[in-house]
Design a binder for this molecule. Structure first.
Ligand code: 0RA
Length: 634
C-alpha cells in the first residue's frame, strides 16, 4: 500500500479523530481542568471511574491500580471488558473507537448512575490523547485484544494476541510530559480518592500499589457511609455509636445515603459526594441536608421542652458533627469554580424531605442519643451567644484592633504584605539564630515556645486565651475564625520552620490545623509554606555541600570524593545564623514546600487521622503531601 492509498482508505474518519484528540492536546484544561498535579491525577481518576462504573453496574468487583517506577499507571478491572468487536457502522473496532473518539465512552448505559458531568466522565480517549503512550488490553469473548497508541494515535489495528477465559480491561498509560507540568503521581492523592470510592461503593475492592516505594493498600468497605464517618472520627470522641444512618430514594431519580455522628469536639466535619464526586463547593443537596438538620433538632427540642425558648442556628446543630452525604443522581448538573457544586435543584427537596422524616423517626426511637445531641446544641448556642454579647459590650475592641504586636516578634521593615515573610520558628534558640541570620528588610521572625494548643480541642472564643495562638493571630494580623479577614494579613508568605524530627512535624501539624480551621484563606491563597532545612552537611576541607535528602547526600559524597565527612543536622539549633540563612532562608537557595489543601477530605484526614497516635505516617504525610517550590516569586 503506498501513501496515497492509505490516505484514501483511512482518510475522512481518521481526520475527524485526529481533530478531536488534537483539540484535547491543544486545550487540555477544557477536558481535565488543568495541567498541574490536579490534572495529572484526573487521568487516573478518569480511567478508574470507568472501572468503578462497571463495578456499580454489578459486573466488576476488583480494580487494581499500579504506579510504576517509570511513571506509568496501570488500571485493571475484572468487568465485562470494553467491547472490542468490529463496529460495522464505523468500520473499526469498538475498542479503538472508545479510545480515540471523544465522548465515545460513558454513554453506553443510559440507565445507570454514571460518573458524568463535572470534569469526570470525559472518557478514556482524553487520557489517551494526553499520554505519551497507552496500551489497552481487553479480555472478552474468549480473546485477548490489544491496541497501543502514542499521544492518542493508534500504532496499528486492534490485534487478537491470545485466548482467555476471563473478562476485564487493562489500561496502562504514561502521561505526556509535554502536556503536564509534573508527571509524578502523589500516592496520597490517589489513596484518598480510592478510599472514598470504596466507602461510597460497597461492592468494590480497589487495590493501590506503588512500585516506587513498595507500598500497597486494599480499599474495601462493607459499612459504607457509616464506616466512612467512623473512619473520619477515628481520633475523636463520639457522643453516640454507631453513626446515624439514613438511606433511601429521596425522589424517583435521587438515591440518598447519609451517615451522621456527633462528637465532643467543636468543629464540623461534613463532606458530600454526588456519584462519588466530592462536592467540595457544596450545593443543593448540602442545603437540603442543613435545613433538615436544623429543623429536626429545633422541632425535637421544642416538643420535649429541652431548649427553653432557644432557637438553634445551623452552626449550633453542626458543632462537633461529622457527616458523609452521598447522592446518586442521574445526569447531575455541576457548577462552581471547580465544577464541584451540585446545581440540580430537585436534590435539595429530595435530601430535605427524606432527612426530615427519617431523622425525626430516629430521634423518637433513640431518645437518649437525641437528648445528648440537643444538650450539645444548647451548649454551643450558649457559648456562641455569650461570645457574641461579650463582643458587643466590648464594642469589638479586640486584640487585632489594637496595634500592639507580640513582644517576641522581630518584625520586618517592609509594610508590603506581598513581599513580606513571616518565619514561625520552633524554639527560642533557633529563633535567635533566625533573627540574626535574616534579611530584616522583608523577613520577620516569630519564635514559638513548645507546642501550641490543639485547636480541635477548644471552641473558637477560647482560642485567644492561649498566649501562643494570640501571638500568632496578632502577628499575622487577619484575626481568627469566622472573623478572619485575609485583607488584613501582614505577610503573604508564612513559613513554618521546625526541626526535621517528630516533634517538629507535630508542631507543623498543629500550626497547619490552626491555619486550616481558623485562618482557612491563608491556605486557599497559597500563603503557607514549610521551610526545608537540610538534613546533612557533607564537607571536605573547605568545601561543603548541604544535602536535603539521602540521594543528595550520596551525590555530595561522590562529588567531594574520599575523605568527605557527613554530619547530620538534628535540629535548626545546630546551625549558626549564617548557616541558617545559607541553607534555609536565602530566597536564592532555600527549598520550601507550599502547603496546598487539595480538598476538604484530604485536609480533614490530615488534621484528624494525623492528630492521632501514629506519628510517622503523619510526618510522612505532611512532608510528602506539601508541594515543592524552590523559590518564591517575591
Ligand atoms: C461499554 C460497554 C461494556 C463495557 C464497557 C463499556 C466497559 C468500559 C470500561 C472501561 C474500563 N473498564 C471497563 N469495563 C467495561 C459492555 C457491554 C456488554 O458487555 O454488554
Amino acid at each position: 500500500m503506498d501513501g496515497n492509498e492509505s490516505i484514501k482508505e483511512y482518510g475522512a474518519d481518521s481526520i475527524v479523530v485526529l481533530d478531536g484528540l488534537e483539540a484535547v492536546r491543544k486545550r487540555p484544561g477544557m477536558y481535565i481542568g488543568s495541567t498541574d498535579e490536579r490534572g495529572l491525577h484526573h487521568l487516573v481518576f478518569e480511567v478508574v471511574d470507568n472501572s468503578v462504573d462497571e463495578a456499580m453496574a454489578g459486573f466488576a468487583d476488583l480494580i487494581t491500580v499500579t504506579i510504576g517506577r517509570d511513571g506509568s499507571c496501570v488500571v485493571e478491572d475484572d468487568g465485562r471488558g470494553i467491547p472490542a468487536g468490529m463496529n460495522q457502522a464505523e468500520g473499526k473496532s469498538s475498542l479503538e473507537l472508545a479510545l480515540t473518539e471523544l465522548h465515545a465512552g460513558g454513554k453506553f448505559d443510559q440507565n445507570s448512575y454514571k460518573v458524568s458531568g463535572g470534569l469526570h466522565g470525559v472518557g478514556v480517549s482524553v487520557v489517551n490523547a494526553l499520554s505519551e503512550r497507552l496500551e489497552a488490553v481487553v479480555h472478552r469473548d474468549g480473546n485477548v485484544y490489544r491496541q497501543t497508541y502514542k499521544t492518542g494515535i493508534p500504532d496499528g489495528d486492534v490485534e487478537v494476541i491470545g485466548k482467555s477465559d476471563k473478562t476485564g480491561t487493562r489500561i496502562a498509560f504514561l502521561p505526556d510530559p509535554d502536556i503536564f507540568e509534573t508527571v509524578e503521581f502523589d500516592y496520597y492523592v490517589l489513596q484518598n480518592r480510592f478510599r472514598n470510592q470504596a466507602f461510597l461503593n460497597t461492592n468494590v475492592t480497589i487495590v493501590l500499589r506503588d512500585e516506587r516505594t513498595g507500598k500497597e493498600e486494599r480499599f474495601h468497605s462493607t459499612g459504607g457511609v457509616s464506616e466512612f464517618v467512623e473512619f473520619l472520627n477515628k481520633t475523636k470522641k463520639p457522643l453516640h455509636s454507631p453513626p446515624i444512618h439514613i438511606t433511601g430514594m429521596g425522589s424517583e431519580d435521587i438515591e440518598v445515603d447519609v451517615a451522621l455522628q456527633w462528637t465532643d469536639g467543636y468543629n464540623e466535619n461534613s463532606i458530600s459526594f454526588v456519584n462519588t464526586i466530592n462536592t467540595v463547593e457544596g450545593g443543593t443537596h448540602v442545603a437540603g441536608f442543613r435545613a433538615a438538620l436544623t429543623k429536626t433538632l429545633n422541632d425535637y427540642a421544642r416538643e420535649r421542652n429541652l431548649a427553653k425558648g432557644i432557637t438553634f442556628e445551623g452552626n449550633d446543630v453542626r458543632e462537633g458533627l461529622t457527616s458523609v452525604l452521598s447522592l446518586k443522581v442521574k445526569e447531575p448538573q455541576f457548577e462552581g469554580q471547580t465544577k464541584s457544586k451540585l446545581g440540580t435543584s430537585a436534590a435539595q427537596s429530595a435530601v430535605q424531605s427524606l432527612m426530615n422524616e427519617k431523622l425525626a423517626e430516629y430521634f423518637l426511637e433513640n431518645p437518649r442519643v437525641a437528648e445528648d445531641i440537643v444538650r450539645k446544641c444548647v451548649a454551643s448556642f450558649v457559648a456562641r451567644d455569650a461570645a457574641r454579647k461579650a463582643r458587643e459590650t466590648a464594642r469589638r475592641k479586640s486584640v487585632f484592633e489594637s496595634n500592639s504586636l507580640p513582644g517576641k516578634l522581630a518584625d520586618c521593615t517592609s509594610r508590603d504584605p506581598a513581599v513580606s515573610e513571616l518565619y514561625i520558628v520552633e524554639g527560642d534558640s533557633a529563633g535567635g539564630s533566625a533573627k540574626q541570620g535574616r534579611d530584616r528588610m522583608f523577613q520577620a521572625i516569630l519564635p514559638l515556645r513548645g507546642k501550641i494548643l490543639n485547636v480541635e480541642k477548644v471552641r473558637q472564643d477560647k482560642l485567644l486565651d492561649n498566649e501562643e495562638i494570640k501571638n500568632l493571630a496578632t502577628a499575622i494580623g487577619g484575626g481568627i475564625g469566622s472573623e478572619f479577614d485575609i485583607e488584613k494579613v501582614r505577610y503573604h508568605n508564612i513559613i513554618i520552620m521546625t526541626d526535621a524530627d517528630v516533634d517538629g512535624a507535630h508542631i507543623a501539624t498543629l500550626l497547619l490545623t490552626l491555619f486550616y480551621r481558623q485562618m482557612r484563606p491563608l491556605i486557599d491563597e497559597g500563603y503557607v509554606y514549610l521551610a526545608m532545612p537540610p538534613l546533612y552537611r557533607v564537607a571536605r576541607g573547605k568545601r561543603e555541600i548541604y544535602a536535603y535528602d539521602d540521594r543528595e547526600r550520596d551525590a555530595a559524597l561522590e562529588e567531594l570524593g574520599k575523605g568527605a565527612a557527613v554530619s547530620r543536622y538534628k535540629g535548626l539549633g545546630e546551625m549558626n545564623p549564617q548557616q541558617l540563612w545559607d541553607t534555609t532562608m536565602d530566597p536564592e537557595k532555600r527549598i520550601m514546600k507550599r502547603v496546598e489543601v487539595e480538598d476538604a477530605v484530604i485536609a480533614d484526614q490530615l488534621f484528624s487521622t494525623l492528630m492521632g497516635e501514629e506519628v510517622e505516617p503523619r510526618r510522612e504525610f505532611i512532608f510528602e503531601h506539601a508541594h515543592e517550590v524552590v523559590n518564591l516569586d517575591v
